[in-house]
Design a protein around this ligand. Structure first.
Ligand SMILES: Nc1ncnc2c1ncn2[C@@H]1O[C@H](COP(=O)(O)OP(=O)(O)OP(=O)(O)O)[C@@H](O)[C@H]1O
Length: 492
């Protein structure tokens, strides 16, 4: 496909895109980096013919497919809408992985080969809603490839994948783009330096929706825009910390903050993980590690109280035995949570400001009248996030990255004792991720909340987090177990 933009501009509710001149030649793949703002979805909508624009835009014939967190969210919502659990005797797990892929190609041979190539064979009968976030991502990719595209838009496709799957996908994309018969042309949108695709020669740099020119790996660290964004994220983070420190309030709980003894989760008589012994002392921060689908989110669900097996396990939380008469709200009021599951649940109709305010009430949507103090604080958070102009904008209309920032603010605003962050940076742009990482580092360092933190990227490790819970597969038991590691504290 050949694509030309000339004096081009477009916008949606939350983002703009301007391109003075850009030509994508036939069979040429491009990488796109936009440190602040989101261009992937705008480009995809223009190429897909669903967004109006001004100026010149043309493309030759060809089938376009897209993988993005926004698309993934839409499919999950469709699947939730079809949930028939209430009418069936068994839990409706949703459409199977095989069916979701087959629907797109109506070709069993292609569906089977995609299951194999994307390491989904063992999940082919699993329901879509049961999948972990990394597994869901690979299914989305398989579905788009099943349409046999000529041009593939991969918007932060590696986010949420463990190291092994990221590496194998990069090799896979390289092969697809270079194959002799029907190579696939790609547009790879990335937001982290480590995800910059080596196999793509052309990297376009956008900033706040404007086409800035070209960049490469060598000039990354010295590029004035990157330097500026790093400084900006530090400044914004300092403002955020000033706000958090100002509203700090003391906590006093008995030890342990959380403990699970010989923890186990089973699905349909199969042990999924076992032998989990984990004790979180007052003041400790933890990173939870392990491959896609090992049970990290499941374990966090046991702490938060969302997982059905949290009462069949021996769990202490905030110094009390779980199931000893406490209500779920008594527990939740001390926990701030960010996860893809929460992001998906947040489907109610409310504004950006209300999303932050709902953090005070642990609700999805806002059903109480906030106090003036809470209102003022939530507005300060919006201002620091540079989102004051979206105060009344519906959460659902915002870009995925803006939604994620709001959910992080929602988790932190009440300054909970425990901050559970399950891949918090998914979907954030470069600026947003740096901003939140700086802030979380300081929160941990100053012990303003205790962090439980999941990320698949080495670069996301925080210096002030000294404890790790690592999931490892036990071949003999055919399930996961955990081991605990303590890093030495670095002298100041
Ligand atoms: N009801 C169920 N029956 C069978 N398997 C299930 C059920 N619910 C979840 N699973 C499986 O449990 C596994 C663990 O999912 P979980 O979300 O905890 O993984 P994760 O370690 O957080 O993965 P990721 O890194 O991809 O986010 C997944 O493979 C999922 O398919």
């Amino acid at each position: 496909m050949e694509i030309t933009f000339e004096q081009f501009s477009t916008q949606d509710e939350s983002s703009i895109l301007t391109i003075p001149r850009w030509i994508i030649e036939h069979n040429q793949s491009w990488a796109i980096f936009c440190p602040e703002g989101e261009v992937g979805s705008l480009l995809a909508n223009v190429l897909g013919g669903t967004l109006a624009y001004q100026g010149q835009f043309s493309k030759t014939e060809g089938k376009i497919a897209q993988v993005s967190l926004g698309r993934q969210q839409l499919l999950l919502e469709e699947e939730l809408a079809k949930d028939e659990t209430d009418f069936l005797d068994v839990i409706d797990a949703g459409t199977s992985v095989y069916t979701l892929i087959y629907q797109e190609c109506k070709n069993d041979e292609l569906a089977q080969s995609l299951l194999m190539e994307l390491d989904l064979l063992h999940l082919k009968d699993s329901g879509f809603r049961q999948l972990s976030s990394g597994e869901t991502r690979r299914v989305m990719l398989a579905r788009s490839l099943a349409t046999k595209p000529d041009f593939l838009i991969l918007d932060n496709v590696l986010t949420g994948l463990d190291v092994a799957h990221r590496q194998s996908l990069v090799r896979y994309f390289t092969r697809l783009s270079q194959r002799v018969k029907r190579p696939i042309q790609m547009m790879v949108v990335f937001s982290r330096e480590e995800d910059m695709p080596d196999w793509i020669e052309h990297i376009a740099l956008f900033n706040q929706g404007g086409f800035e020119g070209l960049m490469d790996k060598v000039t990354w660290n010295t590029h004035p825009l990157i330097t500026q964004i790093k400084a900006q994220s530090m400044q914004q983070s300092e403002k955020m910390m000033a706000l958090i420190r100002h509203h700090q309030h003391p906590f006093q709980f008995d030890n342990p903050v959380f403990e699970i003894k010989d923890g186990q989760v089973n699905y349909l008589d199969n042990i999924f993980f076992t032998g989990v012994n984990w004790r979180i002392e007052n003041g400790d921060h933890w990173q939870i590690k392990g491959p896609n689908g090992c049970g990290k989110s499941t374990l966090l669900g046991l702490i938060f109280g969302d997982h059905p097996q949290c009462y069949s396990n021996d769990i202490d939380i905030f110094g009390r035995k779980r199931g000893s008469g406490e209500t779920i709200w008594e527990i939740k009021k001390h926990i701030g949570m960010v996860s893809s599951a929460l992001h998906l649940q947040y489907r109610v109709n409310c504004s950006a400001l209300q999303v932050i305010l709902s953090g005070f009430y642990d609700s999805i949507g806002l059903y109480s009248e906030p106090t003036r103090k809470e209102l003022a604080l939530a507005k300060e958070w919006l201002a620091i996030l540079h989102m004051s102009q979206y105060e009344k904008t519906s959460f659902r209309q915002l870009a995925y990255s803006q939604q994620r920032l709001l959910l992080i603010a929602r988790a932190i605003v009440k300054q909970p004792r425990l901050l559970i962050l399950d891949e918090p940076y998914q979907g954030l742009d470069y600026l947003g991720r740096r901003l939140m990482k700086n802030t979380l580092e300081l929160i941990a360092k100053e012990n303003l909340s205790q962090l439980l933190y999941v990320s698949h990227y080495q670069n996301d490790s925080l210096d002030s987090v000294h404890h790790e819970l690592v999931f490892v597969y036990d071949e003999a038991l055919d399930c996961y177990r955990t081991s605990v590691m303590h890093k030495k504290e670095q002298p100041e």
